[in-house]
Design a binder for this molecule. Sequence first.
Ligand code: BMA
Length: 325
Amino acid sequence: MAKILNGYSLPNIPWQDRPENDNSPIWRYDANPIIGRHDIPRANSIFNSAVVPYKGEFAGVFRCDDRTGHMDLYVGHSKDGVKWEISNDPIVMYNEKGEPVPYEYRYDPRVLFMDDKWYVTWCNGFHGPTIGIAYTTDFVHFTQLENAFLPFNRNGVLFPRKINGRYMMMSRPSDNGHTPFGDIYVSQSNDLEFWGHHRWMMGTWGGWQSTKIGPGPVPIETDEGWLMIYHGVITTCNGFVYRISTAILDKDEPWKVLYRSHEYLMGPETIYECTGDVPNVVFPCALLVDQDTGRITMYYGCADTVVGMAFTTLDELIRFTKEHS
Ligand code: BMA
């Protein structure tokens, strides 16, 4: 059995056993979606969102697009990780001088716990998309740091600890539109402000991941290496289709890919993944992980419209990744 390193016990992880006669490596919550498109006033859609365990319950940062088309981030809280109370007002972030930080738009957050704080990374509008970083200790007050990169970039995902003395972040350099290309890179920093020592991690492959790929949730540290879920995109005659799969990265040099699955782990199949504002998209931004049982609960955006949950285990994902590499 593979082991989770530097994890946490989460006996209250939202969970459903795999249905009988189902042998897929990941299975959906049977009451999906857990968050509907109109769950807060003036929302058009709530999707690609990130949740974490917080004070015995759960907290998260949610992407909500409003009815003007504006994309923004909102705080949510939940007792059980399934029923969420999401704030009606977007997060206000302050710089280190205490001034509110202006922004154009914010979307696709990731959240992680590191150095006694919760860090948020997201796609931040700055004359084109780039990667924003902020931290909070209470999900009320958020301190925003400098943008990590120049535009155009998306999918900034931090590793949850320093590796060989440096913070590390994956990202997916892009263009200012619906980018028809995209590889994953790792960048390094001593202070979460200045980023460099950029390394190419992996690029597109055949079939379902032939147009572009991008990192998904914060990777899980295991005794086999960093286990990551990433999304891959194919261009079809009806547009992009977003699926996901797994890779295992070297523990010290995470741009070195040890295993990567040729098969996708999960793709849009249900009605709520195949219909919505952008049909045929599954887009995970967060995992809850219980290190005692190896249970993993994934939160993912469905068709850029609602949020769903799916369940798997560490052993399933490691087995799947190696078997299809
Ligand atoms: C990407 C991002 C995601 C979105 C996906 C599919 O470029 O905008 O937020 O889920 O496209 O539309």
